[in-house]
Design a binder for this molecule. Structure first.
Ligand code: HEM
Length: 406
């Protein structure tokens, strides 16, 4: 039985239509049925519900797909005594559940009906292992080299209670109820084996909110994500996914940072000064060296006054691979807004998530440079931090982490 009641299932299928085909449903039983029997296109929300991203595959889902409108990020700590067997059991159960929920089916256990009326809405699960997991499961000698704790960076204000953790999960969906449901099910299934260490809720732009697909904006109002590396580009695979013969072959590393934005300060800057801080126009994301959003940045370009068009401390200059010996990462961040701090300022910013083959040649050198010389860092506080080894995807019938645990 799927998680859709007869009525809502018919409603979803009946409203897929031409718009559903355009969305590019990525697979799954429900999605295929919908494509086979399209009805009148009258309800964009139902089309979003139909989109299904398979859990199984060579890569975990939630890395290469566009960021969904909603995310739950969470870390768990393994219970004392759970050990390697407990971890294996947990990963088997979580993987089986993730595969079902990603198809729009009910959870095999701990189902609490929160998402009963909805399709999967592009639900993805991405699991990662923190450095502490290896000691706790007797697997210290299998800890991958890249899982060395991130160094402290100048200006960091890290809350360790909301950092690190044995296990990490990123749950993305285009529906907030679907994402929360998925996390809640995983949490209840972990009873006795692992406890929640921290949880963060994030969001991005809802598909269909703009007249045509556009790069999203962050809470500072900037077009964010333009110069991400793209699959198919020279060296993409090697820079984002790990190679070698070990258990992490085909996986990656996730760096997760909760970065609060000092929005009151930022919003007091006039737009042209905000643009100089980043090096791109706010209206359309075009680089200040000229052209449109997707025009290559010319870091050497100068204006009529002879000054660098992209300032010496502009974020896109300091962060660029060209300024960091080719250092590359795939950013897949989400905004967060969690009310106000004691001083009344917004507790809001970016849940920065970046994937790379090696954090020591990806995130670390870039963040070192940003912390010292980036004009944007005056408006940011890094408040939590995590680094996780993200195993390769699981084949049909397998589970995430199997290459380490079997
Ligand atoms: C709240 C914090 C941050 C904000 C608001 C922010 C915003 C932006 C924006 C608006 C762009 C230009 C558009 C684009 O190419 O995506 C950009 C580019 C970029 N950012 Fe950030 N960023 C933040 C933190 C970071 C951090 C922590 C890193 C890495 C350590 C980073 C690395 C990059 C890189 C590599 C680029 C592309 C540069 C290029 O090659 O053109 N950003 N960021």
């Amino acid at each position: 039985m799927t998680s859709l009641s007869g009525l809502s299932r018919r409603a979803l299928l009946g409203s897929a239509g031409a718009a559903g085909l355009a969305v590019g449903v990525a697979g799954g039983a429900l999605g295929q049925q919908a494509l086979a029997a399209p009805g009148p296109a009258d309800d964009g929300a139902a089309v979003l519900g139909l989109a299904a991203i398979p859990f199984h595959g060579p890569r975990q889902a939630g890395i290469l797909q566009p960021a969904q409108a909603r995310v739950q990020l969470a870390a768990f700590d393994l219970a004392d005594g759970a050990g390697r067997d407990g971890l294996r059991k947990l990963m088997q159960q979580w993987s089986a559940t993730a595969a079902r929920l990603a198809r729009g089916e009910e959870a095999p256990s701990a189902e609490n009906q929160i998402a009963l009326d909805a399709g999967p809405c592009s639900l993805t699960f991405t699991f990662g292992f923190g450095a502490s997991l290896f000691d706790r499961t007797g697997l210290t000698d299998r800890r991958p080299a890249g899982l060395t704790p991130l160094p402290d960076f100048p200006g960091d204000a890290i809350d360790r209670a909301r950092s690190d953790g044995d296990l990490w999960v990123q749950i993305g969906s285009d529906d907030a109820l679907v994402a929360f449901h998925a996390l809640r099910v995983l949490q209840r299934q972990a009873a006795g084996l692992a406890t929640l260490r921290w949880q963060m809720t994030g969001f991005g732009r809802t598909p269909g909110a703009t007249p045509h697909p556009m790069t999203g904006r962050n809470l500072m109002g900037q077009v964010d994500g333009t110069n991400n590396p793209k699959p198919g580009q020279d060296g993409f695979e090697e820079k984002i996914f790990t190679g070698g013969a070990g258990w992490l072959n085909g996986g990656t590393y996730a760096v997760v940072r909760r970065i609060r934005m000092l929005l009151d300060n930022w919003e007091s800057l006039p737009t042209d000064r905000q643009e100089r801080v980043i090096g791109r126009r706010k209206s359309d994301g075009a680089p200040l060296s000229g052209g449109t959003e997707t025009t290559a940045v010319d870091l050497a370009a100068r204006g009529a006054d002879g000054a660098l068009a992209v300032a010496a401390d502009a974020h896109i200059r300091v962060a660029a691979p060209a300024s960091n010996g080719g250092a590359t990462m795939l950013r897949r961040g989400f905004s967060y807004a969690d009310g106000a701090l004691a001083d009344g300022s917004p507790d809001a910013g970016l849940l920065f998530v970046a994937f790379q083959a090696d954090p020591m040649t990806g995130f670390v050198p870039v963040q070192r440079k940003l912390a010292r010389g980036d004009g944007l860092s005056r408006f940011l506080r890094h408040e939590s931090s995590g680094l996780y080894a993200v195993p390769p995807g699981a084949p049909e019938g397998g589970y995430v982490g199997q290459t380490l645990l079997d």
